[in-house]
Write a protein that binds this ligand. Structure first.
Ligand code: 2HG
Ligand code: ZN
Length: 472
């Protein structure tokens, strides 16, 4: 375990000299709010607190702070908008939190090469909007996209609602400017669609949760924007019927929807309490959202009719075609607010991010029910069913005193079942601080040693986001 230096008054003065006093903060309220992400404080066994905040305005600033911190062994935790769900941006060892609020410029939209280049503090939705103004689309679409920063999306390899057709954030990253803990600045990748020149370092950085280097510029792929989008909202009596439809849409209608999302009855009931609105057939066992897109009205309507027929064949109670802005917004507002509804309405819960081969989703959900029976929990299951990525949220009765034990027991059982099914611990939220203790259930010693070795190559003094993913 590394011994880190404390942030003294002298260190704060040095940082002010490097960045300007207006880019350094130590006031306790700010420190507290920049020391957490969306993981509730009730989940940590102690308080994690930054000693100083820095707000770099340029790559030069990032480099200067890292070189300084490296030479003094002060931990640095990079942070996006704080929408993460794994404690990835929590300063586990105190020290410096580096926040990217002030590196928030879109630098270039390249209409020849179909790319957009941005600083890490740009909100994901702004990237989508900027691309849309040029008839293009950035397809990364995490549920937190109205708030999350693109740098955070890259660090966690955020998934979201369009992965089934377009892949995760990583699949849409072409290049990254990265500052290493030593302060050295380098570029991985470029504005090119192919690259086997050496190892794939772009995709080593994507999803590395800020433990290897700090991303200061991101070059993303853009695609032509499809002019027409239709969402089908399809209620089913049972979860099984809904899930059985997923591979059939792709195989039999021969298309890949741009989204294929799932919400069970409890998801809808909780989000409806939170938003004060209802979707049709709210009491049904499960709903699917199937999104189709295209440029030709007739082709699209032929496709959704075929998908609709298939839904009815599979026991759908109804097929609602949302082809107008209002209904589509209502559906997606409902879907995107489930996570927030749980955070606001409950304090004792586990938010899981399990992924299994899609054919194993029914078995996973059986294990969820079993764990709920065993530990007297209630489950809310929803998520990116087309990717096999289910956000199992386990709720504990608010009156339960030993709720941590119930949750840890259920998590362990579920992880064992997930592993048995060929699944894994996290699809898109990451390991961070929250899942670190369980990583060894999914990766063997050889794999963990490789990760530790890579960490040491990038960060020999272990100053960058220490305490995340693996211990050293
Ligand atoms: C979603 O898909 C997010 O809504 C959050 O990834 C999921 O909080 C969750 O469990
Ligand atoms: Zn999700």
């Amino acid at each position: 375990m590394t011994a880190y230096s404390a942030v003294t008054r002298e260190v704060v003065r040095d940082l002010e000299r490097l960045l300007g006093a207006h880019n350094v903060a130590v006031d306790p309220e700010k420190l507290a709010s920049y020391s957490r992400d969306e993981v509730g404080l009730q989940f940590w066994d102690r308080e994690y607190r930054a000693e100083v905040l820095v707000f770099p305005e340029s790559t030069g600033h990032v480099s200067a702070v890292l070189a300084y911190a490296d030479s003094r062994r002060i931990p640095v935790t990079p942070r996006g908008a704080g929408t993460g769900l794994s404690g990835g941006a929590v300063p586990a060892f105190g020290g410096i939190v580096m926040a990217f609020d002030r590196m928030n410029r879109i630098l270039d939209i390249d209409l020849e090469n179909l790319t957009i280049t941005a600083e890490p503090g740009v909100v994901t939705a702004e990237i989508q909007a900027a691309a849309a103004r040029h008839g293009l689309e950035y397809v990364g679409d995490p549920c937190s996209g109205d708030a999350s920063f693109i740098g955070g999306n890259v660090a966690e390899n955020a998934g979201g609602n369009k992965v089934i057709k377009y892949g995760t954030t990583g699949a849409n990253v072409l290049a990254l400017e990265v500052v290493l803990p030593s302060g050295k600045v380098t570029w991985f990748g470029g504005k090119r669609r192919k690259d086997v020149t050496g190892l794939n370092l772009v995709h080593l950085i994507v999803g590395s949760e800020g433990i290897l280097g700090v991303v200061t510029r991101v070059v993303l792929k853009l695609v032509p924007r499809q002019e027409k989008v239709v969402d089908l909202l399809v209620p089913f009596s049972t979860v099984e019927e809904a899930i059985a439809l997923v591979p059939r849409v792709m195989r039999e209608v021969k298309l890949i929807p741009s989204s294929l999302e799932f919400m069970d009855r409890n998801s809808l009931s909780i989000v409806s309490r939170y938003l004060g609105s209802r979707l049709p057939y709210q009491e049904a066992g499960a709903h699917l959202i199937i999104q189709l897109e295209g440029n030709d009205e007739e082709v699209l309507s032929d496709q959704y009719e075929r998908v609709g027929d298939l839904c009815f064949e599979n026991g759908a109670l109804e097929v609602f075609v949302a082809d107008n802005r209002n209904f589509r917004d209502q559906i997606w507002k409902t879907r995107k607010n489930i996570a927030e509804a749980i955070i606001v309405l409950y304090t004792k819960y586990a938010k899981e991010d399990l992924v299994v081969p899609t054919s194993k989703i029914p078995s996973l959900l059986e294990s969820v029910s079993e764990a709920c029976r065993r530990y007297s929990l209630e489950a809310v299951n929803y998520g990116h069913v087309g990717d096999g990525n289910i956000h199992v949220n386990l709720l504990v009765d608010e009156s339960c005193e030993d709720w941590h034990e119930a949750i840890e027991g259920a998590r362990r059982d579920l992880y064992l079942a997930t592993r048995e099914l060929g699944g894994t611990l996290s699809g898109e939220h990451g390991i961070g601080l929250k899942r670190k203790a369980y990583l060894g259930m999914f990766l063997d010693d050889t794999q963990l040693e490789i990760i530790r070795g890579i960490k040491r190559v990038f960060d020999p003094n272990l100053i960058l986001n220490p305490g995340k993913i693996v211990d050293l």
